[in-house]
Design a protein around this ligand. Structure first.
Ligand code: ZN
Length: 138
């Protein structure tokens, strides 16, 4: 029998994997899914949504975060899972790390996965040390 945490983590991974199937990625042909848990235990998932005007493209991680914020879910974000079909799982890009810095903490867990499962887990503070975050604006 799996622990409560293992079940919760699998649910996060499966939500990211499912969201990936809805990606709109006709230009890069790389479908990505992401899912997050917020402080209140809510789950939000997103996929990358590309645009013919490339600047209008948004990554899966940001879609998941913006959905959670717009739904009123409580931050900080507790965990993030990013799923690609890459052999070596992809990490969040720089833009997404900056957006995460607004709503996560250095202890937020970032899980990098491919279709087979989670390959690596980082503390957010290790992925984006010395982040420019809301504290700088006080
Ligand atoms: Zn990104």
């Amino acid at each position: 029998m799996q622990s409560g945490y293992a079940v919760k983590l699998k649910k996060l991974f499966e939500a990211a994997k499912k969201a990936r199937t809805r990606a709109h990625a006709p230009y890069s042909e790389h479908s990505i899914g992401a899912a997050i848990y917020t402080k209140d235990g809510k789950l939000s998932a997103g996929c990358n949504i590309e645009n013919a005007s490339f600047g209008g493209t948004v990554c899966a991680e940001r879609v998941a975060v913006w959905k959670a914020v717009s739904e009123g879910y409580k931050t900080p974000i507790q965990e993030v899972c990013v799923v690609s079909d890459a052999k070596t799982a992809w990490p969040p890009c720089g833009f997404c790390r900056q957006v995460l810095a607004e709503f996560a903490t250095p202890d937020t867990l970032i899980h990098l996965a491919n279709l087979k499962g989670i390959q690596k887990t980082y503390r957010f503070g290790d992925l984006l040390p010395h982040a420019f975050d809301p504290d700088h604006m006080k």
